[in-house]
Design a protein. Structure first.
Length: 291
């Protein structure tokens, strides 16, 4: 094979590229360029969608496994400050010292869960999962106008999905257990965000795209569905009274979906059917628990 042909094949097999825009980390001043996903050329083959509104992408014969969530978070390769792309340069100045002070601890704890990560090179699945964990951690320092609580919920859920992928790649390394742990974190943050919005403590206006995945935005209704789904799956389970109260809360939350109009672009029929099934499942368990 000639050198020119090899170079052409390498270019064709790329799944990511470095953006032209340079980012300056607001915490440490490091200048870097974001890694972006190349999505054309048959790289992404959409498969099924899970009950968690997670799109599964089928492996391509040419490119193999591609995990789009790996590239969502912006991470400083020097200090590992991370956030969603639109918020990275908007970190409130008063919070920068807190993020800086946490650097050593942040990096050490992240490496315990995701060993061998390096954000100076093209991201692998391990860096992708770590980037979402770091995002979850760093949003603790964002102020309420950024809607940090729901963003922490999104980051926790995306971390769980990437941990599922790590578990398939590296079985028996406890990534399955960690996946459950981060779903429980997602359950807490999703429902806490809803409570904060209803009491006026924090709005969700700082979240432009509810996601939770890259190819569908189920808007506010998707958030309500996930609040109910996650609470049903990962909320209180052992104490019967707490379980029933939690289920009734989930039922009230998901019932709001059916008062928000018919199927639309943001609420396709398949999504509403999924929500209806979840409502029926929750309702059945409540009835079986009795008075």
């Amino acid at each position: 094979m000639t050198r020119k042909k090899k170079e052409k094949e390498t270019r064709e097999l790329k799944v990511s590229f470095l953006s032209k825009m340079e980012y300056k980390c607001p915490v440490c001043g490091c200048i870097f360029r974001r890694e972006e996903l190349l999505s054309g050329g048959g790289r992404l083959i959409a498969g099924d969608m899970t009950e968690e509104l997670h799109r599964i992408f089928e492996p391509s014969l040419k490119y193999g496994e591609i995990y789009p969530l790996v590239y969502l978070a912006t991470v400083c390769p020097e200090c590992w400050f991370a956030s969603m792309e639109g918020d990275f340069l908007q970190l409130p100045p008063a919070k920068r010292s807190k993020i800086k002070e946490d650097q050593e601890c942040r990096m050490a704890e992240t490496q315990l869960i995701f060993p061998g990560i390096d954000f100076n090179n093209p991201r692998r699945l391990m860096e992708g999962a770590a980037s979402q964990y770091l995002t979850l951690r760093c949003y603790d320092q964002y102020t309420k106008e950024f809607s940090p609580t729901i963003k922490r919920g999104l980051a926790a859920l995306r971390t769980a999905w990437l941990l599922d992928d790590l578990n398939k790649r590296f079985p028996k390394q406890h990534y399955d257990w960690l996946g459950i742990l981060f779903r429980k974190k997602a359950q807490y943050f999703y429902n806490d965000a809803l409570d904060r919005e209803q009491t006026g403590g924090e709005t969700m206006s700082g979240l432009k795209i509810y996601g939770p995945d890259i190819d569908k935005n189920y808007s506010y209704e998707g958030m309500l569905y996930l609040c109910s789904y996650l609470r049903y799956k990962f909320g209180p389970a052992h104490d019967p009274e707490q379980r029933k109260a939690s289920l009734e809360y989930s039922r009230r939350t998901i019932a709001k979906l059916f008062g928000m109009g018919k199927a639309s672009k943001d609420k396709p029929g398949a999504f509403l059917e999924m929500a209806r099934t979840m409502y029926d499942t929750i309702n059945k368990e409540i009835e079986e628990m009795g008075a």
